[in-house]
Design a binder for this molecule. Structure first.
Ligand SMILES: [Zn+2]
Length: 236
């Protein structure tokens, strides 16, 4: 039931192929054709929009960057080990003394710093990848949630997105929370207008800035342009 092959899978948003998806340890699901992360959404419920696609592509890029940093880090570590071995050997052979040993130590510092920096950067890229992936799934769940008019069970979501019930329950909680907070993605989602409106009015979490901005938007939307222009002139 939760097998992604049973849903009306959209085409891959990255490569456009009609290839299926497969489970992936880091990306949850990847395209069988291009290997990039995908959300196996049932096209009858929702498709991957551009922000979701961008988040997925970003998750992919950051993970590629992670591997590149790790390769660099391993390279620098090997250089450090080789230099250390050479230095110890040379020191023993030629009896470098304090100055020679200090010099060898100083030479070792550079590759060690490079290695540490690379591993830290790789770790950060990996974290960014995870966050982008999470964001993509949150956006995807919000779209499914919005397109269903806010009436969707974890069971339907799990079938529609080809995920298991636990994953669907978690996503639904996130979608409901972001909807409750009046997330822009939700309000802009097609078919969500009525709900979004309701939520704006009911949302107790609107900050003073957001309230002011909304009022300004509403005022700008209602006020004739001429009237505004004249107000502006007299202010000057
Ligand atoms: Zn693909």
């Amino acid at each position: 039931m939760n097998d992604p092959s049973t849903i009306a899978l959209e085409r891959c948003p990255h490569c456009g192929s009609d290839a299926k998806v497969q489970r992936h340890a880091a990306y949850r699901f990847v395209c069988r054709a291009c290997g990039k992360p995908r959300i196996p959404m049932d096209a009858r419920l929702a498709t991957t929009d551009d922000p979701t696609k961008q988040a997925l592509a970003g998750a992919y890029r950051q993970r590629v960057a992670k591997f590149a940093w790790q390769v660099g880090g391993i390279g620098a570590t090997l250089v450090a080990i080789a230099l250390a071995a050479l230095g110890v050997g040379a020191s023993v052979l030629f009896d470098f003394g304090a100055f020679g040993n200090t010099t060898i130590f100083a030479m070792l510092v550079v590759p060690i710093i490079v290695a540490v920096t690379a591993f830290v950067a790789g770790n950060k890229a990996n974290q960014r990848s995870g966050k982008l992936l999470q964001e993509a799934w949150r956006l995807g769940a919000n779209r499914v949630f919005a397109n269903s008019g806010g009436r969707i069970s974890a069971e339907v979501l799990s079938r529609g997105m080809g995920i298991n019930l636990d994953e669907a329950t978690e996503l639904l909680a996130e979608a409901e929370v972001s909807q409750f907070l009046g997330s822009a993605q939700f309000q802009n989602a097609p078919g969500a207008a009525a709900h979004g409106r309701l939520r704006i009015d009911a949302a107790p979490t609107e900050s003073p800035e957001q309230a002011a901005e909304r009022e300004l938007r509403e005022t700008l939307g209602n006020a004739p342009t001429e009237q505004f222009a004249s107000v502006k002139r007299y202010d000057d």
